[in-house]
Design a protein around this ligand. Sequence first.
Ligand code: ADP
Ligand code: MG
Length: 242
Amino acid sequence: MIKIKNVSKNFGKNKVLADINMTIEKSNVVALIGPSGAGKSTLIRTINALEEIDQGEIIVEDVSIHQKGTDINKARTQIGFVFQSFNLYPFLTVLENVTIAPIKVKGIEKVKAIAKGKELLTSLGLEDKFDVYPSRLSGGQQQRVAIARALAMEPHVMLFDEPTSALDPEMVQEVLDAIRKLAADGMTMVVVTHEMGFAKEICDQIVFMAEGQIVEVAPPEEFFSSPKSERAKTFLSKVLNH
Ligand code: ADP
Ligand code: MG
């Protein structure tokens, strides 16, 4: 479970997050949507302390992430993060990319980490890529490796910041399928996405942000069929007509 309580953040004079409150229950999937500059990336990055906050509190699985004294590296092992740019280690093979953190950070035995890594990669359709270097993979394949790498730490929650935005259109589905499968398996997730059909299909809740604020929170059917705020109506009319 993720709890975000009264979180505010400024970049200089720019109020990027203004008193954000939201709760993501265990096994729920929340889509964070909204126009560019709304603060979606900043918000999702505060959940594992890639961004500091000025006010408020964020709790992930009973750990207060921004509190002094919290072992953030330990807390981060519970939180998988997948970015728009895949950020794989270029000089490691696919399997090494997936096993390095479990071995080095969690102290998992190498044979066990390799077995688990192979299992994850296989479940993501990458069973013939174990010994390949990332540069030899397509964007969709690299993003699936990035998902496997995050899952190898056995996180309790997964965060995705526009995981398909850097992909060629024909590779979007294979990555969405991987996230869909995680949702079906009961993973707790926050997904920043512009894939509205996907958000509608897999999410329990839509959180619509604009200008650093949460403007609207609703179940997908409701949000897409009858958005309440003018801001959401305008946004949807732009993204759904293209
Ligand atoms: P979104 O992901 O919704 O497009 P962001 O969270 O990236 O929005 O950005 C929200 C606002 O914060 C924007 O006005 C952006 O310019 C600003 N911002 C983001 N990161 C930084 C930073 N590191 N320094 C200063 N301003 C930033
Ligand atoms: Mg962003």
